[in-house]
Design a protein around this ligand. Structure first.
Ligand code: NDP
Length: 323
């Protein structure tokens, strides 16, 4: 059984920033990077809004830099996943996907979120055969073809803009009569000649044959139905937090996001100051902290995740000192 002071689960901006801070504090953090080392930013193209990069930065490059920065201070960054956790007693016991057992005095959860799909049977039938939640990963396969992106937020606009550089025609399928994305993103979408925004349309069915996706049947609010011929279908409708292994152990909100700070306190506790949550990034279990998209349903930005990773690391350090 390996015994460590601080385990960080996840390797997005939150996990790596927590690793930089805890390593510099001498906590010798062990980071389990998960199945997508670097997290969601490695599936994005250019990050234009992270302060300090006036010309933007490639997401994969930024995450690689963060990893190397953490390693420079001694963080032990490992491939692989944590498959189960036991949080009822400290030190906490965790098991990795290679059945390695670890006892950790503290844990920082930074497992992030994953892309949501619409949930249509026809959509799942063609995952990997034309349906993809990552334009940057798969857009290459659709060069010169027609594709559709579903959603009206920043993710959908970003995917549509990326695909517009590769594809002949991009349909942006939006269920509302407006986009929810930032004004800057909206302007770029409207100014791109090969993106057609289909407002008030929902996807009824993804159409295809043995070769993969061939089209989509869309329904309009007024009851009319339209079929578009496409070979790629990219849902970009938001994310779901990666909290499966913590269910029943950490207090979560109804959508599965980890509650932290006062919100994580036991509503039935007799005193106002639940001893489990004296730190802003504390979860409902003493010694377990959460940072980044897994605990943030509002901002979900690289910069806010990095800041949360810093806060969780400082809270974790104080917690271990206080103990
Ligand atoms: P959002 O929650 O902002 O947007 C989701 C979009 O998908 C909405 O338009 C929503 O429609 C639509 N949607 C949801 N469910 C369905 C469905 N079943 N059928 C059709 N449409 C659906 O998610 P994002 O992933 O776009 O963004 C999350 C956060 O990350 C935001 O804060 C965003 O600003 C940020 N972000 C920033 C980027 C950047 O700055 N470069 C890039 C990407 C994300 P409705 O409006 O009707 O609810």
């Amino acid at each position: 059984m390996e015994k460590i002071k601080c385990l960080i689960i996840g390797s997005g901006p939150a996990g790596y920033t927590a690793a930089i801070y805890t390593a510099r504090a001498g906590l010798k953090p062990v980071v389990y990077a998960g199945l997508t080392p670097g997290g969601q930013l490695t599936t994005t193209s250019e990050v234009e809004n992270f302060p300090g990069y006036p010309d933007g930065v490639n997401g994969t490059v930024m995450m690689d830099d963060l990893r190397r920065q953490a390693e420079r201070f001694g963080a032990d960054i490992r491939q692989g996943e944590i498959t189960s956790v036991g949080l009822s007693v400290r030190p906490f016991r965790v098991t990795t996907d290679e059945s390695h057992q670890i006892e950790a005095e503290s844990i920082i959860v930074a497992t992030g979120a994953t892309a949501l799909y619409l949930g249509l049977p026809s959509e799942s039938r063609y995952i990997g055969m034309g349906v993809s939640a990552c334009a940057v990963c798969d857009g290459f396969f659709y060069r010169g073809r027609d594709v559709a992106v579903v959603g009206g937020g920043d993710s959908a606009c970003e995917e549509a803009l990326y695909l517009s550089t590769l594809c002949r025609q991009v349909y942006l399928v939006v269920r509302k009569p407006f986009l929810r994305a930032s004004k800057h993103m909206q302007r770029r979408v409207f100014e791109t000649s090969n993106i057609e925004v289909l407002f008030e349309h929902t996807t009824q069915e993804v159409l295809g044959d043995e070769s993969g996706v061939t089209g989509a049947r869309l329904g309009k609010a007024d009851g009319t139905v339209r079929e578009i011929a496409i070979e790629g279908f990219f849902p970009a409708i938001g994310h779901s937090p990666r909290t499966e292994i913590f269910r029943g152990q950490l207090r979560l909100d109804p959508d599965g996001y980890i509650l932290t700070g006062p919100a994580a306190a036991d509503p039935d506790a007799e005193t106002d100051s639940d001893p489990a949550t004296p730190y802003p990034t504390s979860t409902s279990v003493r010694g377990v902290f959460a940072a980044g998209d897994v605990a943030d349903r509002v901002y979900q930005q690289a910069i806010t995740a990095a800041a949360a990773g810093c806060r969780a690391a400082l809270d974790c350090e104080r917690f271990l000192l206080d103990e």
